[in-house]
Ligand binder design. Structure first.
Ligand code: ADP
Length: 184
């Protein structure tokens, strides 16, 4: 089962992705986490993406698509994946589709977490993860990038009929129950 968990920064994608992977026993692929790990370890990929991430801008599509397709080729993803933070542009969604097409696979569900904008900023500022892109200025950039470049990905999958829109307000458990219900 291939699931995409989608929504603006601060919507709770990572939190819900972890619960989904536990429940369905499919691996998690978070592009943001992979990039942060590479930055921490000062790898060539980390050096390449650091400036983009620090500014709250998107890493170029070819870099992200190469990373994700290499990763998805690993055996552990044979039975599916929970994609978190990818695809983030229509070009990335098209690349993912053609990857799945070649493998005879497809996106089974596209779960959008819907959360009002003012709540997003509060959540990011109060989660206190110490991320370099969690300052008010960078959050503003990330939200703008989300509206301009990422939100169109939702319309792209809408045409494919796989979208589940989930109310992202409530407790972590309540939101997870809504997701399970939508996926059943
Ligand atoms: P959030 O959803 O809170 O912004 P992520 O961890 O998903 O957090 O992403 C953090 C940053 O990592 C993004 O602002 C961007 O710079 C980079 N990034 C992650 N995934 C992608 C992607 N699919 N395409 C381009 N950049 C990405």
């Amino acid at each position: 089962m291939n699931i995409i968990i989608f929504g603006p920064p601060g919507a709770g994608k990572g939190t819900q992705a972890k619960k989904i992977i536990n429940h369905f026993q499919v691996p998690h692929l978070s592009t943001g986490s992979i990039f942060r790990e590479n930055i921490k370890n000062e790898t060539p990929l980390g050096k390449k993406v650091k400036a983009f991430m620090d500014e709250g801008r998107l890493v170029p599509d070819d870099t992200v698509v190469d990373l994700v397709t290499d990763e998805l080729n690993k055996e552990k993803y044979n039975n599916g994946v929970v994609l978190d933070g990818f695809p983030r542009t229509v070009a990335q969604a098209e690349a993912l589709d053609s990857y799945f097409d070649k493998k005879g696979s497809q996106v089974d569900a596209f779960v959008t977490l819907s959360v009002p904008e003012e709540e997003l900023v509060n959540r990011i500022l109060s989660r206190g993860e110490g991320r370099s892109d969690d300052t008010p200025e960078k959050i503003k950039t990330r939200l703008k990038v989300y509206h301009d470049e990422t939100a169109p990905v939702h319309s792209y999958y809408e045409k494919k009929g796989v979208i589940k829109v989930i109310d992202g307000l409530g407790s972590i458990e309540e939101i997870f129950e809504r997701i399970l219900k939508a996926l059943s």
